[in-house]
Design a protein around this ligand. Sequence first.
Ligand SMILES: [Mg+2]
Length: 379
Amino acid sequence: MLMHSRFAQTFAHRGASSKMMPPSVPSSRPAVPASNGVSKPDVSVRSYPHAGNQALVDRKAIGKAEFIRPEDGKAVMDDIDCIIFDCDGVLWRGFNTIPNSPETLKDLRARGKKLLFVTNNAGKSRKGYVKRFTSVGLDVSPDEIVPASFAAAAYLDSINFKATGKKALCIANSGTEEELQEHGIPYIGGEKWREPLLDSADKIKDLVIDENIGAVVVGFDGLLSYSRIVYASCCLRELPGCLFVVTNVDPNDNLGQPTKAPFNQQPLRRMMPVTGTMVQSIAHPTGKQPVIAGKGGSWLFPYLMAKYNLNPQRTAMVGDRLDTDIVLGAEGGLKTIMPLTGVTTLEELEDAKKVAGQPGALPIPDYVINTVATLAGLP
Ligand SMILES: [Mg+2]
């Protein structure tokens, strides 16, 4: 039987801080990732970034954030057949594998659980992710991995974009490009694109855009330039029916510890601006709202349910972000579980609980765990 939430009892009345850990956390455990001081997720009411999710409030998909100790972790999975894992901040953090995460996956497979890995990191394709998993000792197959790069291409496939005879403009790196290729979707842009230099009003005025572009696809693009923003904006404003599809709108990623440092080293207090930054730079000047293919959008969940024939009542979502992972799980009525090894901190969870249920507020997970290893009863 699951223990009653001492987490809730302890923190509900005095507010949490990064120093106030649930009582079961061993002293050797790294501190809960602290607020980075650079770009803390805003969990206040009216900050909910993804359109179309008002149903969350109506359905009262609000968990109790019950803290689960390792000795009670296996019981949480008893009535679950499939577990959807986020990756960054759950199975690894930066270059560091979360301790006992390989053993946890093996334990869950041995108990007959189906595992899926759904990440908003669009920097890699499914094939790229297999290498990433293997490099940290995690055994997965490509069909079990759903990165946002894949989701963007799969979305276009789901609406039969190829039948339009149009091509995509890819404002993203090679991960999204590879998935467009895998799905047979023609595109220009991508990592090696030599976009026209558009650094003046005259050059922009004289730009001739490719009129055969039918979709602007935005993912993580570390080479994003003003010229790319201009080109993509012109496509969205001037080409009739041009779609705006993005992998995700995550604003930041947690960088974890310094590169290849031990897991228990203090987290690096630095966040990395990611795809949401690129999306905003194009959405803002065009006034267009994108289709979000990855977590945080409304397309992915029904797609996953149908593709993998899942029963929502026997599926759990394990993720470290309220605004993407827990949203995905809550929208679908899944059991939601948040480890404290990623982006959302205890302090931020407490802030979110204060406004839970109000219009625009983020959902609250059913359970909170120190690390993913809790699900296998491991420390
Ligand atoms: Mg994550």
